[in-house]
Design a protein around this ligand. Structure first.
Ligand code: ADP
Ligand code: MG
Length: 386
């Protein structure tokens, strides 16, 4: 016996056989009931009733010449309810108008002439079964694709919301950090700075008191020099914590001051080619630029082992500002950082990206091991953000 490709499935395919001639119906059942689960009925009405009750009918074979409703009309009804069911018509004679009807209305899969031949019928049923299984699998795959697309879309939307929330959170964090640093800077300046100044005065008074003793005088001079250094360091820390200098002197002077300070503190020579950034009106915008340059310079000081820095500010077409900070240090492997989680990489460059984003711009970092690092910050001066 031929085996059909669907037979690996546990259930036999259901076949609805509509025929009012009993002998013909019995012959069909006896020939094919091992391979198929056959439901024989005698009228179109019975066929429709079975069709309503039974699920997963794979094929319907019907005689054209039925009492009441014709085979073609039955198939046309079935087609409108379940287009995936394979529809086969069996007819004793070929009438051209019936044929056209069957094709147009019933969307039939195959015509079989009566009396049918068992071998040919088996072949047609086999092919029909294969078509049905393929169609089913296709529909299942299609449904899976649709479902997966839906899930993807949903995940994508969730990702977008999370990203928005994260941006909001990191903006708030950066702002909170800025506020906190400002508070600490003021405490340092006002409290510690004032106390140190008072201490310096007391030393001067003491020096007057003990002017006869040379030893004490030398000792007090040293103490005063130490306190001066502490005051200077406190000022520097306070300035770095919160760049009030921007508010006092403006961004251009603040940047120049910072570059000089870094050059001196880190012992690195610096070529500075400034252009005025006074088009940045808001203090928040100015602070963002200041912090970006500061982070770059801190990284050079901390990691680069460079001997020279070039800091070039240019204003390009359409009011695009570009700040390039290049060092001749040891460089690093940027790509190895790309896939890393935030917790595994420094926060500095991530904060730089975020600050550049807040400026409506972007930051590009190029680095070659042994040949230095270049940070290019680009942002529009007229984005309305500044
Ligand atoms: N100019 C530079 N030269 C060499 N390495 C650098 C430079 N800038 C950054 N890096 C490398 O990138 C890493 C990440 O920098 P960053 O995000 O600022 O974090 P952090 O400075 O806290 O380590 C640094 O640890 C360092 O290895
Ligand atoms: Mg850093």
């Amino acid at each position: 016996m031929d085996t059909f490709p669907y037979q690996w499935q546990l259930d036999k395919l259901k076949v609805l056989f509509v025929e009012n001639e009993r002998k013909s119906s019995e012959l069909f059942v006896s020939c094919f009931d091992e391979e198929f689960l056959i439901i024989p009925v005698a009228t179109a009405e019975d066929a429709l009733e079975v069709f309503d009750k039974e699920s997963d009918i794979a094929m319907i074979l019907t005689d054209q010449n039925l009492p009441g409703m014709s085979g073609v009309d039955l198939l046309s009804r079935i087609y409108s309810q379940a287009p995936e069911v394979i529809r086969i018509i069996i007819t004793a004679y070929i009438d051209i108008s019936d044929t056209i009807d069957a094709i147009n209305k019933g969307h039939i899969y195959q015509f079989i002439l009566k009396p049918w031949d068992v071998v040919q019928m088996r072949m047609i049923l086999g092919q029909a079964a294969q078509t049905w299984v393929l169609t089913k699998e296709n529909t299942m795959l299609h449904d899976q694709v649709v479902e997966q697309n839906r899930l993807l879309l949903e995940t994508n939307q969730q990702c977008q919301v999370s990203e928005k929330n994260l941006r909001h959170l990191s903006t708030s964090l950066l702002n909170a950090r800025e506020d906190e640093q400002k508070r600490i800077a003021m405490e340092l300046h006002d409290e510690l700075g004032q106390s140190l100044a008072a201490l310096k005065l007391q030393i001067m008074v003491m020096k007057n008191e003990f002017q006869e003793s040379e030893d004490v005088s030398i000792w007090l001079d040293r103490l005063r020099a130490d306190i001066n250094e502490i005051i200077e360091n406190t000022r520097r820390i306070s300035r770095n914590l919160s760049p009030v200098i921007i508010e006092d002197l403006g961004l251009d002077a603040a940047l120049e001051n910072m570059v000089q300070g870094f050059s001196k503190a880190c012992g690195i020579t610096c070529t500075f080619k400034p252009r005025s950034l006074r088009a940045i009106r808001s203090i928040d915008g100015q602070r963002l630029v200041y912090r970006l340059v500061q982070e770059s310079l801190t990284n050079i000081c901390k990691h680069a082992k460079a001997t020279h820095i070039e800091l070039i500010i240019t204003i390009k077409e359409k009011d695009i500002a570009e700040i390039t900070i290049a060092d001749n240090g040891k460089g690093f492997d940027i790509n190895s950082r790309a896939g890393e989680l935030l917790k595994d990489k420094g926060i500095g460059m991530t904060a730089m990206e975020h600050r550049a984003d807040m400026l409506g711009g972007s930051v590009e970092i190029k680095s070659t091991i042994g040949r230095g690092t270049t940070v290019i910050l680009t942002f529009p001066l007229n984005s309305g953000l500044l």
